[in-house]
Write a protein of this length. Sequence first.
Length: 255
Amino acid sequence: MKKRDQKRLTKLIFAILARNPFEFGIVPDDGGWVSLKDVRWALGQQGAFKSLSVRGLQQFFELYSPQKMEMRDRSVRVLPEYQSSDLLQYRQADPPSLLYLPVRPRAHAHVVKKGLVPPAGKKWIVLWPDKELALNAGRRRDAKPLVGTVNTASAQSQGALFFRGGESLFLVQWLQASWIELPPVPEKPESSAQRVSAGKDAQTTPDVKPGQLPGSFIPEFPSMWPEWYGHSEEKARRRQKNKKYRKDRNRRRRS
């Protein structure tokens, strides 16, 4: 990597981690740690270093060891002394009447039945005040996420507390299923293999006997062998038998 690109990438990552990660839908773990995958997502949202993979980002930290930052177990952070003073301070706040969150289609049944708790290793469920922002954030985890609507009034009336994450996010530690409204999971489009199979089934000809359908008949084709074929074989066998008989007879006469 060129030195100019190295400096630019270092500044971008520092700004994401130390200033306002919430702008990109990122909530740092305790100590300010953020996964490389989330950092890569945030870079992509800025249109920067689009060809840089998560593996490439890891190699960048291993090779260049950017100042003021450190990496551990595929997560990175700005050193505590350089972090914004309020980076990990979440203040309680009254949310708007509706908030939104992305849900993977495969988790639909679980959320409808049991609600939500933070993912493994996380402390918060992240909510967005805008449906499009929630949809965009959900694409980090799934190509076609569902967007659930959270009734915050019902949640607060039953003891849920909401906190601010920066200026754009709301955080909560649990959500009951009754507070979340989810759209149904869309049906999967029929695959090309299924369409071909269905077409073959539709074109299958049923077994039909003569006389079952009006005006139908099954033609009877003549044998492919001519009539004299069997007779010729019989004559050949007789000639062979006669020839053997004559040889035996002549041998007896000579003896």
